[in-house]
Each structure stands twice: as structure tokens, then as C-alpha cells.
Design a protein around this ligand. Structure first.
Ligand code: PRP
Ligand code: URA
Length: 210
């Protein structure tokens, strides 16, 4: 495996992913699962945040303990489906700022079409984690990271739930400096660019627009 790609195979994530994939899972449960998986993945993706010493006083006396070393995070969901991951990651890092990138895939060409972006003003001081449940051809992820790179954040990571091998290959080629976190790498894309076995259309399942 490419050392840029991390598969989060924790049993809790894998268990929840099974229910996320099931076609009979309705929007309410689907949204809850996306949020919970995003929270668990965020826990792993922030494992390398640097710590520094701080002196505190417990009821028993003085102690030197650890706090996160002044690093600021920004989450950037790709609309629409990435929105489903925001609540979960903010549960762990409530002080993070949230930017947005609006892209949709043209159904004929499968090329991403940008319609919106707004990023935190102080993004140059922040480590960014981009959120989108699905990495299929990789086009949306590649373009989103390009848009974010123009604002020069300190670093960028990309967090998706399911990735296709084709998307991983394209993404790691386009952005070899960006770490990619996913919960599963599926078999392939079908002839209309959907991930197989995947979970269907993530945006439609989150927002009930099937
Ligand atoms: C989905 C998904 C990704 C994109 C992945 O969004 O959430 O953003 O497709 O496909 P790609 O890797 O081939 O670019 P979609 O375009 O369906 O938009 P939506 O979230 O607004 O439904
Ligand atoms: N977007 C989705 O929502 N699902 C896929 O399988 C591919 C792209």
C-alpha cells in the first residue's frame, strides 16, 4: 500500500460501514452512521497532532501534562455529501473552522463542476482536513484540493469513507503530498462511475433525494 494512503479498519468503523452500505438503511440512520464514522476517522486522522507541555495544578499538587501545541484545524466538506461528516468531526474538534467547496459531477462526463467555495480567512495558519464520503474517479477530490492549495494552508489531508482504486490512483498522482484516509477500498467503478459495491449515491441517501 502507498504510504500516503491509510485504511482505517478499526472494528467499530467496519461494523458501522456495513450498515451504511445496506440498501434498506433509511436517511435518518444513514446520516447518523456517516457522522459517527467521520468522528471515529477524525480520531485516527488527528493522531499526529503535536503536543506540548503545560504546568497545571490538580487537587493533589502540580503536574506537567500535555496539550495540543497551538495547531489550528479547518474542516472543508465537499458539498453536498461532505456535509454529512461535519457534525461528527466537530464533536471531536469543536474549535475548528469550517470552509465549504461546492462541486457536482456532471452525469455525462463525470467531470466535477465547481459552483461555490468559501474558506476560512486565516487558512494559511491552519491544517485542513477535506471531507467527502466518496472518492470515485477522484475528480472532485483532486479539484477540491487544488482550490484549497491556492490559499496556502499549512497542510491538507483528505478523508473519505469509501474509495475506488481508480480514484486513489488518480488522487495520489495529482497530490502526492496529501495524505488520504479512508475506511474501505472497494473493488472498482461501474460504467457510470459509481463505486461497486459502494453504498449508492451518498448525497441522495443523506438528504433523502433519491
Ligand atoms: C459525489 C461524492 C463526491 C463525488 C465523487 O458527489 O460526494 O463529491 O461524487 O465522485 P468523483 O470521485 O468521481 O468525482 P456528487 O457529484 O454526486 O454531488 P452531491 O454530493 O451534490 O450529490
Ligand atoms: N458518488 C457517490 O455518491 N457514489 C458513488 O458511488 C460515486 C460517486
Amino acid at each position: 500500500m502507498d504510504n500516503q494512503v491509510f485504511v482505517m479498519d478499526h472494528p467499530l468503523i467496519q461494523h458501522k460501514l456495513t450498515f451504511l452500505r445496506k440498501k434498506e438503511t433509511g436517511s435518518k440512520e444513514f446520516r447518523e452512521l456517516v457522522s459517527e464514522i467521520a468522528m471515529l476517522m477524525c480520531y485516527e486522522a488527528t493522531r499526529d497532532l503535536p503536543l506540548e507541555d503545560t504546568e497545571i495544578e490538580t487537587p493533589m499538587g502540580k503536574a506537567v501534562t500535555k496539550v495540543i501545541a497551538g495547531r489550528k484545524l479547518a474542516f472543508v466538506p465537499i458539498l453536498r455529501a461532505g456535509l454529512g461528516m461535519v457534525e461528527g468531526v466537530l464533536t471531536l474538534v469543536p474549535a475548528a473552522k469550517v470552509g465549504h467547496i461546492g462541486l457536482y459531477r456532471d452525469h455525462q462526463t463525470l467531470q466535477p463542476v465547481e459552483y461555490y467555495h468559501k474558506l476560512p480567512q486565516d487558512i494559511e495558519q491552519r491544517d485542513v482536513i477535506v471531507l467527502d464520503p466518496m472518492l470515485a474517479t477522484g475528480g472532485s477530490a483532486i479539484d477540491s484540493v487544488e482550490i484549497i492549495k491556492r490559499s496556502h494552508p499549512k497542510s491538507i489531508k483528505f478523508m473519505c469513507i469509501i474509495a475506488a482504486p481508480e480514484g486513489i490512483e488518480a488522487f495520489t498522482k495529482a497530490h502526492p503530498d496529501v495524505q488520504l484516509y479512508c475506511a474501505a477500498i472497494d473493488e472498482r467503478l461501474n460504467d457510470i462511475g459509481y463505486i461497486v459495491p459502494g453504498l449508492g449515491d451518498a448525497g441522495d441517501r443523506i438528504f433523502g433525494t433519491l
